[in-house]
Design a binder for this molecule. Structure first.
Ligand SMILES: NC(=O)c1ccc[n+]([C@@H]2O[C@H](COP(=O)([O-])OP(=O)(O)OC[C@H]3O[C@@H](n4cnc5c(N)ncnc54)[C@H](OP(=O)(O)O)[C@@H]3O)[C@@H](O)[C@H]2O)c1
Length: 351
């Protein structure tokens, strides 16, 4: 243990250890991080404490984080999914909004690609998300390639802006780039409470789509109506009609229902599998016989993030926020997400 770093944020917080030497100076900053993985009990791997302030490579920028939001990705990281042990210690977090060294208010695009790659950066074979190879955003400071900074519209608060780079960007690309949906079409969103699900409901309804939503819980179905859903259903319930497209992030638990809910020629856009990757029935016969399209989707480009920010400005749509906590209380936010006890985003703030 290196002594002398500010510590004692909470009784359960931890200072960094000698393994971080060389990452940066020892002035220290508050961060949530992981030093050893826990596939079965992710919260036991979570640390909230102090880490060295990051160094800034040429062409990169330091951002003083004002707000950072939590994603299911951070729970996967604690379990070691997408984060091998040889990359530890790792600061968690993909999403941040803050102030760069020139005083600009920025939103951080979390897809870190090869600087020589040209084209859609989500297709760059060398891409990673913040906190997979490079230290993440749930901290006082984050360092990213300068091209990953997108100007924050003044009309969005820090907390709102910090919700957009992962869950909301993913929802934007699923709906507006990948699905082929048009205003007036009917789209089924599987799950109501998640960060991506709430974004899909808000964005789809604002864009003139009829949004149908499933959820396991009555109170979340009621919240979905408040957010703009036209109709809500218990998970797996029979629908009154078949839909043009399904937005799928739940995976095994809802996949069969998703395939059976589509019109001939309809599209499933899938960006996650929270309940597992192996559904009981894959419905291959139905997929080819009804000529269904299954489209994978991951994150979004910097340009799409810029368009999402403008969409929010123009329409007045704002992210759905479950709770806002100081970063010192990050453990409470992680516990809420792990329990599935959220409607919208969990956001952490810094002074
Ligand atoms: N590919 C990408 O770029 C990308 C980007 C963002 C997220 N993702 C992935 O997408 C998934 C969702 O992310 P998130 O941040 O929105 O996570 P989250 O907040 O944990 O949301 C989980 C969602 O899944 C639903 N759900 C969970 N278990 C279920 C079950 N057994 N049956 C029915 N519904 C269930 C919940 O619905 P109810 O509680 O309402 O029932 C909720 O809407 C995660 O797997 C994440 O890794 C991928």
């Amino acid at each position: 243990m290196i002594t002398g770093w500010p510590c004692g944020v909470r009784s359960d917080t931890t200072c960094g250890d000698a393994a971080v030497a060389g990452i940066g100076n020892v002035s220290g900053m508050l961060a949530t991080f992981v030093t050893s993985l826990s596939p079965d009990d992710p919260l036991s791997a979570l640390q909230v404490g102090h880490r060295p302030s990051p160094v800034v490579p040429d062409g990169w920028a330091r951002v003083r984080v004002k707000a950072a939001s939590l994603n299911h990705h951070d729970l996967w990281s604690l379990r070691g999914i997408g984060l091998p042990a040889d990359r530890l210690p790792m600061i968690l977090g993909c999403d941040a909004a803050g102030i760069d060294e020139d005083g600009n208010e920025v939103v951080v695009h979390a897809v870190i690609g090869d600087p020589d790659y040209r084209g859609d950066e989500t297709l760059d074979p060398k891409r990673s998300l913040l906190s997979e190879r490079y230290q993440g955003a749930l901290a006082d400071e984050v360092v990213v390639p300068r091209r990953n900074l997108v100007p924050k519209p003044a009309s969005l608060s820090w907390v709102e802006a910090a919700c957009l780079p992962t869950a909301w960007l993913t929802a934007y690309r699923m709906l507006f780039t990948q699905s082929g949906l048009k205003p007036g079409d009917t789209v089924l969103v599987q799950g109501a409470g998640g960060g991506v699900a709430t974004a899909l409901i808000r964005l789809g309804s604002a864009a003139g789509m009829r949004v149908w939503v499933t959820s396991r819980e009555q109170d979340k179905r009621e919240r979905a109506i408040d957010l703009g859903a036209a109709q809500v259903f218990d998970s797996g319930a029979r629908l009154p009609d078949r839909v043009e497209a399904v937005m799928e992030t739940v995976g095994a638990a809802t996949w069969t229902h998703s395939v059976r809910s589509l019109r001939p020629g309809g599209t499933i856009v899938i960006s996650g599998a929270t309940s597992g990757p192996n559904p009981a029935a894959t419905e291959l016969n139905r997929i080819f016989f009804l000529q269904l399209r299954v489209i994978g989707s991951t994150m979004g480009t910097r340009e799409e993030l810029g368009r999402l920010l403008r969409f929010c400005e123009i329409t007045g749509v704002r992210p759905v926020i479950d709770c806002v906590l100081p970063l010192e209380e990050a453990r409470d936010g992680f516990a809420k997400l792990e329990a599935g006890d959220v409607v919208g985003k969990v956001v952490f703030t810094r002074p």
